[in-house]
Structure formats: structure tokens, C-alpha cells
Design a protein around this ligand. Structure first.
Ligand code: KIV
Length: 290
């Protein structure tokens, strides 16, 4: 399927981004970290649709088409059932809706673990069909060979260690990682392996803060924290979590809004007006020309 459309902002029902901006690049993001210090933290949020991408784009450096769309969009119990088709379709929508941010698309469970070659085929498909600049995959040392294989062949990679939701069946829960010495050592070793393999950024999810700080101070890659530390080189959150779309979220989520209340109120008002026949009103109706 060809997905190389551009969003026609003059006819789209979405508001056009007022001033299309030049898109950031992976090397530009990488250059933010100089001698282990990132003077301007990297801002990342998830987006799964063109309209959300339009709304977030100007405020972000990177947009992540996360496989968290499993729960947020599709009502699935975990990220395990996510398919390449879902990631390609949502990835293409987010690229169409953005002008500025580096778009990163998650590789779904089962699309990259078997071999570097298998990962390459699927990562290349994601970049071709979406126009995104990079892919993200979960796992540390065990994925280092694959990361090197992709990077050497022109595919920028974001790593993801600590709490890795695709491994839920092995981890047994979504709690913070790194509470034992062995687990802490493993997370740090995993991040170093990904860094050495050429990952340009590494998501540190749900790890104890000292681990996040040590990784950030050790690796050349940009560390992106989610439930990690404000001292990471950047931060990411699931947009719907920070907008207050869900009643239950992880401890590390800060709600910047309560959008679910606004949606419920709008639906209540609409239902009321339909039932008492005050909607549609004169402003919403067409009458014969006089
Ligand atoms: O899928 C996702 O949204 C993610 C972020 C939570 C980092 O991987």
C-alpha cells in the first residue's frame, strides 16, 4: 500500500499548521548531547493519528508512534497483538500530520526478534510505508547485533530497556525495574550494549532513578526517560495519559489535563439537545434560498 500522501491542509477538516517548519533530523537530535551533557532536553510524546500529530508537532522534537496504541486506540490488553499493518498505517498518518518532529515508529512484537535480517525487512518496510525517520525496538544486549545490522544499513534505531512491555509474559507485571543489584547491573549493561551498537537514543522506562542517572552519564546515546529521571536527556509520555484520558495510569504519569471529563460533558450536552430536539439549531441547518 502506498502511503506517501501529504495532508492537504487547505481541504482537510483539521486546522493547517500555520507555518510548516523544517523537520528535525536524527543527527540534529544526536548532536544535542555534547561530552555527556544535553543542554536542551529532548521532548517526545506519542501520537497515533494525523490530527494529534498536528497538535503536538510544534512543541515536540520527536513523536513516537508507540505500540501503546494497542491499549490506547484498540482496547487490547497488551502490546503483544500489535501488527505491522497497524504500525505502518498509524505511522504514515503521524508523518502526514507533522512537519517538524522526528517521527519514530515502534517495531511490533514478533517483527524483529528472530534475526537481524528479519528485523531489517520489517524496519525497511516501516520507513518506506510511513516516511518515518527511525524505528524503536525493545531489549538490550540480546538485540545489540540487530541494532548494529540496522544502523549499518541506514536505519536509525531507538532502543528501549528497563520495563519493556512486550516482555510482559516474562516480566509478569508493569512494576519498576532494577530493584535488585543483578537487575540494575543488567539494565546498565543493556543500555551500554545498545549504545555501542549504534542506537541514537534509548528509552529508559520504569527504572529506579539512580540507574537512569548512571546510564545517562555513561552512554553517548540520548536517554529518554519515562518513569526514570528528570536528569535523562529527554522525556516521553503517552499523550492520552498526560491528557487525562484514562482513570488508571502508571505512577510516573503526570496529568496535564482532564480531557475525559470534557469529552463526557460534550457527549452529555449533545445527547440532551438531541433528546429535547434543540439540536440541530438554526445555525446548523440549510434552508431554501429566497
Ligand atoms: O509504546 C509506547 O508508547 C512506548 C512509550 C511508552 C515509551 O514505548
Amino acid at each position: 500500500m502506498s502511503t506517501t500522501y501529504t495532508l492537504d491542509t487547505s481541504t482537510s477538516r483539521a486546522n493547517p499548521t500555520p507555518q510548516p517548519m523544517k523537520r528535525l533530523s536524527v543527527p540534529k537530535i544526536q548532536r544535542r548531547k555534547v561530552d555527556g551533557v544535553t543542554s536542551e532536553p529532548v521532548v517526545m510524546l506519542t501520537a497515533y493519528t494525523a490530527r494529534m500529530a498536528q497538535l503536538l508537532d510544534a512543541q515536540c522534537d520527536m513523536l513516537l508512534v508507540g505500540d501503546s496504541l494497542a491499549q490506547v486506540i484498540y482496547g487490547l490488553p497488551s502490546t503483544i497483538p500489535v501488527t505491522m499493518e497497524m504500525m505502518c498505517n498509524h505511522g504514515a498518518a503521524v508523518v502526514r500530520g507533522s512537519y517538524h518532529s522526528v517521527v519514530v515508529v515502534d517495531m511490533p512484537f514478533g517483527s524483529y526478534e528472530a534475526s537481524p535480517q528479519h528485523a531489517y525487512e520489517n524496519a525497511a518496510r516501516i520507513l518506506k510505508e510511513t516516511g518515518a525517520a527511525a524505528v524503536k525496538l525493545e531489549g538490550g544486549e540480546v538485540m545489540a547485533e540487530t541494532v548494529r545490522f540496522l544502523v549499518d544499513r541506514g536505519i536509525p534505531v531507538v532502543g528501549h530497556v528497563g520495563l519493556t512491555p512486550q516482555a510482559i509474559n516474562v516480566l509478569g507485571g508493569y512494576g519498576a525495574r532494577g530493584r535488585s543489584d543483578a537487575e540494575a547491573k543488567k539494565i546498565i549493561g543493556d543500555a551500554i550494549a545498545l549504545d555501542q551498537a549504534g542506537a541514537f537514543a534509548i528509552v529508559l522506562e520504569g527504572v529506579l532513578e539512580p540507574i537512569a542517572i548512571e546510564v545517562t552519564n555513561t552512554v553517548g546515546a540520548i536517554t529518554i526517560g519515562i518513569g526514570a529521571s528528570a536528569k535523562c536527556d529527554g522525556q516521553v509520555l503517552v499523550t492520552e495519559d498526560m491528557l487525562g484520558m484514562f482513570e488508571r495510569t502508571a505512577r510516573f504519569v503526570k496529568r496535564y489535563h482532564n480531557i475525559s471529563e470534557n469529552i463526557e460533558k460534550a457527549a452529555r450536552d449533545y445527547a440532551h439537545e438531541v433528546r429535547n430536539r434543540s439540536f440541530p439549531g438554526a445555525d446548523q441547518l440549510y434552508q431554501p434560498k429566497k
